[in-house]
Design a protein around this ligand. Sequence first.
Ligand code: KG4
Ligand code: ZN
Length: 336
Amino acid sequence: MVLGIETSCDETGVGLVRDGVVLGQAVASSMDEHARFGGVVPEIAARAHLHSVTPVVRAALDDAGLTLADVGAVAVTAGPGLATALQVGVAAAKAYAVALDVPLYGVHHLAGHVAAATLDGEPLPNPSVVLIVSGGHTSLLYVRDLAVDPIEHLGDSVDDAAGECFDKAARVLGLPYPGGPNVDRAARDGDARAVRFPRPMTGPRDDPFGFSFSGLKTAAARWVEGERRAGRDPNVADAAASLQEAIADVLTRKAVAACRARGVATLVVVGGVAANSRVRAMAEERCAEAGITLRVPPLRLCTDNGAMTAAVGDLLIRAGRPPASLDLTIDPSAPL
Ligand code: KG4
Ligand code: ZN
């Protein structure tokens, strides 16, 4: 059984995985402590991880009805992420590995997000197209065997990630941090056709699998200004629904096009933004229309968690990959 520890941002996540199955998990978040700053403060996140990591390991073991004696390997997110936050997880993981005399595996955070889609007990079909949409990344990937083959980038965002766009636009609309879930919530009462937001990078001469989201934040700010200038109170629900519609439209349109272009029958959508209700619904509709099988992890496994980290460790072990040494270092800007 693999103990997975994830501390790359503001969630202290611990998960226990054996043979591709989650046995237990627990999470603590410092989100509330960052709210008054409008974004994650690395020093606060790191201190919170230090405070939480041991109790969260214990909570995950309790959740599974297991003890430390059942741990056969430790996997930890080594990057990308906030340096001081990663440092706490890696130090804790090394301590557990030494104390329990078990192997240690360093895990790439984005590989973790992708592996979350295997935790329903089914490996990913080879090949799959993966749309990874988080606070720091928006990429379309061509994935074969996650534990063995290199991942091929089909396209990335040239500026902001989709989650960053949700978070920044939320601020512009006066919605509280964390932006993404609050836009999702506000959008429930809004009309998605009320505001005509652009669909960036969807022109005939644009990179078909590239993304650009910084313009949408600007468009949201301009719309708020325009409404105020016209003497109207901005209808935040309508703007949230329209913005969410624009993001979901671009993401799912390009993801389905990538599957078609590469002749791939399975689309996997992972990362925090895969928790968005409209992204999930639109991906379902468009995949059904195109005859593509859609794999999206359950909500709890979309945002950062420890089970996804353990899942990569589990895949590496089953692929016979060697463990890391105790010299394992963090890599805050690790390329995929
Ligand atoms: O994957 P994740 O938990 O952390 C990173 O690796 O970045 O993703 C966090 C991002 C944030 O930008 C957050 O606002 C966004 O995912 N997010 C959402 C939703 N839940 C989380 N965005 C839109 N709708 C949601 N329901
Ligand atoms: Zn993440």
